[in-house]
Design a protein. Structure first.
Length: 201
């Protein structure tokens, strides 16, 4: 499936040609509450995460997945995630088709995994681009009660929750409250490349 099936109205204006899934990716908050995320797309997203690089091939990432079913209802896991989001995020996330709690083992065999968060980030990036390619928009959120999610799903002590991925089909921003709506339609901006590269030959 082409990335053009996802929302492309805010396609990035880039200084170089990028892969379509990267240029088309943005972070909407307005989702169609009647749209689901296909199980095959979820499986592909997890497979994309599975093949991300990690230090010593440790693969520390783990996911808790809550989805909206084909009848439009939020699943039990989805509803267990919602209370652990900030009020601002709860106000729009409830309409999404999918939530993924992103966690990672930060210890293994009594040893700290110093790159666990970095490795998880690589896996989530793969996952995000795969969902974009398969026609779904995503939004990464850190406005969460990470320890609450950890306890809610009885995760092991060696594991830490970092973020939640929200995914689904983009909908009109008119359904958002004023503050969120303003963010939804605001111009997309990024730092210039010259600010990002400290040294280069």
């Amino acid at each position: 499936m082409s990335s053009t099936t996802a929302s492309t109205a805010r396609h990035a204006v880039t200084d170089a040609d990028l892969a379509p899934a990267i240029a088309a990716r943005w972070s909407p908050r307005s989702f169609d509450e009647h749209a689901t995320v296909d199980k095959s797309a979820i499986a592909a997203a997890i497979e994309a995460a599975r093949w991300a690089p990690s230090a010593f091939n440790s693969q520390p990432w783990r996911f808790v997945i809550g989805r909206r079913s084909e009848d439009g209802r939020r699943g039990a896991i989805f509803d267990r995630v919602l209370p652990h989001l900030t009020a601002f995020n709860q106000a729009w996330v409830h309409r999404a088709g999918l939530v993924i709690v992103n966690a990672a083992y930060i210890e293994a065999d009594g040893h700290t995994l110093p790159t666990a968060a970095y490795d998880l980030g690589l896996a989530v990036a793969n996952q995000t681009l795969q969902l974009q390619y398969d026609g779904y928009d995503t939004h990464q959120i850190s406005g969460i009660d990470a320890s609450g999610l950890h306890d809610e799903f009885e995760l092991p002590d060696e594991m830490q929750v970092f973020t939640v991925t929200v995914a689904g089909r983009h909908a009109s921003p008119d359904q958002l409250d004023e503050g969120a709506r303003e963010r939804e339609v605001a111009p997309r901006v990024r730092r210039g490349s010259d600010e990002l590269v400290l040294l280069s030959d």
